[in-house]
Design a protein. Structure first.
Length: 282
């Protein structure tokens, strides 16, 4: 059940990331993320009210807030990265990085993945290196330029990994209220980032509203099964299976945008997907 819930989350978040990255090519990534958070907040509140909760403790609130801070910073970097580079490169790099951190955390807490999972982790590091260093066919001389994009992808992955860790500490008794608390914290952080890092009038907001509605719906639909998976199953398994979201993102990028990668980059993307599969099965 843990793997199934996490996989469902991966499908939803992969779609949300693709639309978010596409939207960020015509609008500021931080502002897009902020609009998504604002629109998604009442959706999360409705889900939490319907589900109810036995008791939301102080620790649940703290961990939920930390999760919101981490995911907001991660999404900000993620959207900016996808707005500047190939979506089918940014998504796998962020996913692999985000999967490694909770696995290390789980190992430190006593979870013991098998040898297959350890092989998967080794392949994950290879995948990051290959995808990061190989230029694309569309931009054969852009390896140096793309380093900033890869850095954004790596940083976003770190924050996503911290998000998994924080969310895994929320108790079952809190129900789905952590989803609302996390969304609220993310909204506040993104608002601060938008005020500090962006300038000028908020133009084109109406144009991206339809996209932000879809992204917000997909994100809330992804966070609910992810929370349940992290609460009820091994953190290593839940976080790594949830990191399969690039499968959806890369597939959509190829079908909709016709993004082409170099052969070496295809190897790197394949390694990224194989690595998360091995870790989840091990």
């Amino acid at each position: 059940m843990t793997a199934l819930l996490a996989l469902l989350s991966a499908v939803f978040i992969g779609g949300a990331d693709f639309i978010g990255g596409l939207t960020s090519r015509s609008a500021n990534g931080i502002r897009v993320a902020l609009l998504v958070a604002v629109v998604g907040l009442p959706m999360a509140l409705a889900v939490s009210i319907v589900d109810g909760a036995d008791r939301v403790g102080r620790a649940d609130v703290i961990w939920s807030v930390l999760a919101g801070i981490a995911v907001s910073l991660g999404i900000g970097c993620f959207y900016i990265g996808m707005g500047r580079g190939l979506i089918s490169v940014v998504a796998p790099v962020a996913a692999v990085t985000g999967a490694v951190i909770p696995v290390i955390y789980a190992l430190a807490r006593g979870e013991r993945p098998g040898p297959i999972a350890l092989v998967g982790l080794a392949i994950a590091f290879v995948a990051v290196a290959v995808v990061s260093l190989a230029p694309s066919e569309q931009h054969p001389g852009a390896a140096v330029v793309n380093r900033n994009v890869i850095t954004l992808a790596l940083v976003s992955g770190v924050f996503f990994g911290l998000f998994y860790v924080a969310f895994s500490r929320v108790s079952d008794a809190a129900g789905l209220w952590p989803v609302t608390i996390e969304r609220l914290a993310a909204t506040v952080v993104l608002l601060v980032l938008a005020l500090v890092l962006t300038s000028g009038p908020l133009t084109g907001a109406r144009r991206v509203i339809p996209a932000t509605l879809v992204i917000a719906l997909l994100e809330v639909a992804a966070v609910v099964p992810l929370l349940l998976a992290l609460q009820r199953g091994p953190v290593a398994i839940a976080s790594v299976v949830a990191s399969l979201y690039p499968v959806t993102t890369v597939l959509l990028a190829g079908l909709v945008l016709r993004e082409r990668l170099s052969r070496l980059q295809y190897v790197g993307v394949a390694c990224a997907l194989v690595s998360v599969a091995l870790v989840s099965s091990g």
